[in-house]
Design a binder for this molecule. Sequence first.
Ligand code: COA
Length: 384
Amino acid sequence: MTSQTSAPEIKIAKGLAGVYSDTSKVSKVFDETNTLTYFGYPVQELAEHCRFEEVAYLLWHGELPNAEQLKTFEAEERSQRDISKELITIIRQFRKDAHPMDTLRTAVSFLGVEDPEAADNSRAANMRKSIRMMAKIPTIIAADFRIRKGQEPIAPKKDLTMAENFFHMYFGQVPDAKIVRCFDASLTFYAEHGFNASTFTARTIVSSLSEIYAAVTGAIGSLKGPLHGGANEAVMHMLLSIGDVSKTQSWIDDALTHKKLVMGFGHRVYRNGDSRVPHMTKYFHDMAKIANGQKWVEMEDILAKNVIEKKGIHPNLDFPVGPAYYLMGFEIPIFTPIFVISRITGWTAHIMEQLEDNKLMRPLSVYNGTPQRPVQPLEKRKAA
Ligand code: COA
């Protein structure tokens, strides 16, 4: 008598689309209303009422700080902004045309090598390391960019907010408060977004009980890709390649006819728009007024109208952020590193959450390779 075993039907979730792999308290992406909350607070309200430092505190502590708590937190962050001479020496040795996300990844990995607490996975130590990374990453990015251009790095200042200090270290001056406000809001919008590719990478790395610098280094590698964080740069390259308002309609007609990917549109979770976009678009429009960038506004309006009407696909956050950063005067290759200045907060919040109730990430795959076969000794093997 033969027995029959019926294997359960295996459904493959390519790209883990639609898969819930854990619970998380950090943020919620509401696909039904296209909104996003950090520990229950709508992100657009956070951008309007809080500075980025308050949002960082919220992501790590679960509550917004009061004035006293913010003061202590900011004093700690400001005291950690300097980077070591050894790290500056390493940055000077980087190839000048190396990708800035690769140099940042290498520098953050070196922060781990320098940190005697690197192996301590307690929450208290990870909190200290998170603040250190938040404080030092902007200094690394600004130093790297200045050295590339043959300029000397500018030391961070303790009497400036994170946003102000970044402009100071990058340009040598702090611009008008409206520009700083726009930059600060973008940091809040970028800070956290659930189990996106880079956050999931960070959680996966630390799920083996590796450590926080390894997880952040891996997350930077993941964020670099144009389907993820690299999209803010790709949006600006796209706008520059179109070149002019008068050429935008024919460009988008051609792109849609040939099913080309239009950068800055689409999202795995939001299918009907993203609540961050109208708010960030207002900041982008402010920047356009300040920096004479009406052309980019008109071009984006044409692109958005066409892609929404003809494809039903809505812009994502990178669509207004790309030209906003460009109008602030930043070079395009720095857009994704700026994303890291912000997302370090979300990544590290998730790393700490993962370690609190850890389970090694280990999904399965359905094997579709060569069936089992014997190994031939070398002398009997023929050329394939
Ligand atoms: N431009 C043109 N078509 C797009 C598109 C875009 N930006 N985004 C999605 N589509 C199309 C896909 O080609 C697909 O069409 P098809 O069904 O005819 O093959 C359809 O819309 C569904 O998209 P899907 O592949 O299911 O989306 P996804 O969830 O796998 O991918 C992104 C999401 C973000 C990777 C994707 O929208 C994209 O590549 N966008 C551009 C890059 C970007 O802006 N990334 C930043 C994300 S925050």
